[in-house]
Design a protein around this ligand. Structure first.
Ligand code: SF4
Length: 490
């Protein structure tokens, strides 16, 4: 039997949750030139949930590109002075990162620059390639040198190689896409063009908006909303969009099947973002309603694990008729960098982030709604806190199915080890977390809540149906470098 990793006191805002890979953002407008850096800042700010390790902005006037990137949140990396120093061009590219392939380091922060001779590109990528190591070897044989260890560098080098051959930008990107396997939603600047493309499965979202005199591209619609851009449409799986002074042109690669990540609906995307015209919040509420039908409970109150469980808890309450209440108060200021409590204060743990409201919980049979259980540690601590606060019973309900497999497509859970749902039965998990009862939403219930066709969604970490074969890629290039060094020494 595989054991779940020991408690950790990693208390970032999403403790116990898988991490999204990245958010990308781009703008093209001569009319709005002069404030593109600022708008990009706000676009990234709206998508901070997609990556908190580093942030970057590049601004181009078609000839010269200025870029700034650093470790930290968008608001830590940029201030007014830095944004002012970037202004001047009519093309902007922005990125927030959480690492999947490649460690969290300055070199791997994006936008990623890659150039050879007079051909150079800036690239912002959300996703994860499954053939990074092999592709990198091929590219090195073609004479490319790399400073970073991210898969994004390989995408950028591929594009440079194709552009050097003299292909048009669209053709160069389509040819690049033939060499890439995995998940990639990309925005790229090449000379006077902003290019956006999405892998043929469309694992990660990417959409286009309209601004005065031009266009915007954004991982999520919330990035468009914040700058007042009108939503135009989603970039289709396998589509390449080229934006320049002539407007927007679209090109297509073949798409074998769509596979938008269903976890975007469950947890990653912001509730106010929209996929196919439907608010994510609506899908989450439906998940709660369906969960109430599939897994009813005799209880007095429904409480969410804030913030991500709120919409599903509202749905569960509506579906079951059990009153909804806020029974856990969240400290919204718990950041990634946190003084680790001394050993004698370990029970502080989750309480730093969530504190129960005894007036809501004491003596009550409580339904607790969380969007997912990945490792199980947070759920166990939470149940402990609620019983301590006087709950009579705790009926833990999860608005997604058990996570039973790794993700190779841009979410940081690339091994089965530590996934509690992959190693224990629901009853065993219930025992571990100490709840009175435990139930999860079914795969079909989750899919129904998205109102998407089942065959149009990736559900691999829930049901094992992987759209493309993958292997763990995180640190693949660092590990390869270590292996090379060891071979070199022997
Ligand atoms: S494996 Fe899971 S997290 Fe990864 S893309 Fe598919 S549904 Fe999303």
């Amino acid at each position: 039997m595989v054991s779940v990793p020991p408690d950790d006191l990693h208390l970032d805002d999403s403790a116990g949750k898988p991490k999204e890979a990245c958010g990308v953002f781009g703008l093209y407008s001569r009319e709005a030139a002069g404030e593109l850096a600022q708008r990009t800042y706000f676009g990234l700010y709206a998508m901070q949930h997609r990556g908190q390790e580093s942030a970057g902005i590049a601004i181009s006037d078609g000839e010269r590109t200025l870029a700034m990137r650093d470790m930290g949140l968008v608001s830590q990396v940029f201030d007014e002075q830095k944004l002012a120093s970037l202004e001047g061009g009519h093309i902007a590219l922005g990125h927030v990162r959480y690492s999947t392939t490649g460690s969290a380091s300055w070199e791997n922060a994006q936008p990623e620059f890659h150039g050879r001779g007079d051909v150079n590109v800036f690239v912002a990528h959300n996703g994860n390639l499954v053939n990074t190591a092999a592709l990198r070897r091929e590219l090195e044989e073609e004479g490319f040198e790399f400073e970073s260890t991210s898969d994004t560098a390989a995408i950028a080098a591929c594009a440079v190689g194709e552009l050097e051959e003299g292909h048009s930008v669209a053709e160069a990107v389509l040819r690049t896409m033939r060499r890439l396997e995995g998940a990639y939603s990309v925005a790229m600047v090449f000379r006077d063009k902003l290019v956006a493309f999405r892998d043929p499965h469309g694992f990660r979202p990417l959409c286009i908006g309209k601004i005065e005199g031009g266009h915007a591209v954004s991982s999520e619609t919330c990035g468009l909303d914040i700058i007042g851009a009108g939503f135009l449409r989603e970039i289709e799986p396998g589509e390449v969009v080229v934006i320049d002074d002539e407007g927007l042109k679209s090109y297509r690669a073949e798409s074998p099947r769509r596979a938008l990540c269903v976890f975007e609906y469950v947890y990653f995307a912001r509730p106010d973002s929209r996929f196919d015209g439907r608010e994510v919040a609506h899908s989450r509420q439906r998940m709660g309603e369906i969960l109430a039908e599939e897994a009813p409970a005799e209880a007095d109150v429904v409480i969410p694990v804030p913030d991500s469980g709120i919409m599903a808890a509202v749905g569960y309450s509506q579906g079951s008729g059990i009153p909804y209440a806020e029974g856990l108060i969240k400290n919204r200021y718990v950041g990634r960098t946190f003084i680790q409590p001394a050993d004698s204060m370990r029970q502080l743990g989750l309480r730093l982030k969530l504190n129960p409201l005894p007036s809501v919980i004491e003596g009550k049979r409580v339904v607790v709604i969380d969007d997912s259980i990945v490792r199980g540690n947070t759920a166990r601590k939470l149940v402990g806190l609620l019983f301590e606060a006087g709950a009579a019973e705790i009926h833990f309900r999860v608005s997604s199915p058990p996570v039973t497999g790794p993700c190779y497509y841009g979410i940081d859970m690339d091994t089965k080890e530590g996934l509690v749902g992959a190693n224990f039965t629901v009853e065993e998990i219930r025992e571990q977390i100490g709840a009175t009862t435990l139930a999860y939403l079914s795969v079909d219930g989750m899919v129904a809540a998205t109102e998407q066709k089942k065959s149009h969604l990736c559900r691999a970490c829930f049901d094992g149906e992987y759209p493309i074969t993958g292997t763990a890629q995180k640190f693949a290039l660092e590990n390869a470098a270590v292996a090379d060094a060891v071979v070199g020494e022997s």
